[in-house]
Design a protein around this ligand. Structure first.
Ligand code: NAD
Length: 248
């Protein structure tokens, strides 16, 4: 694998950390971003320590993906420090649930802003350069609940479904330029986001997963590693569902 530069947003824990690890193992120079003012999770700290002990340098930059100008400045800094960005994984995302009859405009806007506007904010900065250089891999992290909808998540499901249309459109724009764009839709994965779900609810969720368990972050990281590989150039505009068979 070429020593390409890969950016993973929202890398401080959960799926992002596992994605960074998989990309490092694939020989990428990885830049993980963390939201300024938030703590790294224990897994993310451990991940950084492990990699550094192995002599693998991981660059961590602060970034708020809702800030268009901040994304522009971030990309400029990374490109000056390390070189052009060849791989972008838009992973940062949040939930802020409520049934529609209780959902406040702030809740709606916050989730749209973090989960969907961030796709534009980040892709807009790197896409042109990727096309000019004739190589690029973009993976946008969606969700099972974007595919099927979910009670109490009209905001979240709308953002995750919106990712499909966005991804397919830029896949068309990049297709002749060596730039692919795909989405990955995780099912329920054992991460801090899912650990917030009440135990009773989680038990009933696991009962509904045909493979009989939550996914592991590595299950998603492997999909990202595949879609960002140099020789995955014929895979574009698609969605990879990684959900233990929960939705087919
Ligand atoms: P997580 O909460 O552990 O990680 C999300 C990351 O996004 C964190 O590092 C957080 O700091 C970052 N973030 C939040 N707001 C940000 C902002 N404004 N700017 C920059 N970074 C910001 O969650 P996770 O479970 O690892 O989820 C990662 C992605 O996978 C999300 O897009 C989520 O919607 C999606 N997903 C997760 C699951 C799951 O089961 N965990 C299932 C389906 C989809």
């Amino acid at each position: 694998m070429t020593h390409r530069i890969a950016v993973v947003t929202g890398a401080a824990g959960g799926l992002g950390t596992a994605m960074c690890k998989a990309l490092v193992n694939q020989g990428r120079k990885v830049v993980g971003t963390h939201l300024p003012g938030t703590e790294f999770t224990a897994e993310a700290e451990q991940w950084q320590t492990d990699l550094r002990e192995q002599g693998i340098d991981v660059a961590i930059y602060p970034l708020d993906v809702t800030d268009f100008a901040g994304c522009q400045a971030f990309v400029n800094t990374v490109e000056q420090d390390l070189g052009p960005i060849d791989i972008l994984v838009n992973n940062a995302g949040i939930t802020n649930d409520a049934p529609l009859k209780k959902m406040q405009p702030e809740q709606w806007n916050q989730v749209i802003n973090v989960n969907l506007n961030s796709m534009f904010n980040m892709c807009r900065q790197v896409f042109e350069g990727m096309c000019e250089r004739g190589f690029g891999r973009i993976v946008n992290v969606s969700s099972l609940n974007g595919e099927k909808g979910q009670f109490g998540q009209s905001n979240y499901a709308a953002t995750k479904a919106g990712i499909y249309g966005f991804t397919k459109s830029i896949a068309l724009e990049g297709a002749r330029k060596g730039v692919t764009a795909n989405s990955v839709s995780p099912g329920y994965i054992d991460t801090p986001m899912v650990r917030k779900v009440p135990e009773k609810v989680l038990t009933s969720i696991v009962d509904g997963i045909p493979v009989g368990r939550l996914g592991q972050p590595e299950d998603i990281a492997r999909a990202v590693a595949y879609l960002t590989a140099d020789d995955a150039g014929f895979v574009t505009g698609t969605n990879m569902s990684v959900n233990g068979g929960q939705y087919m």
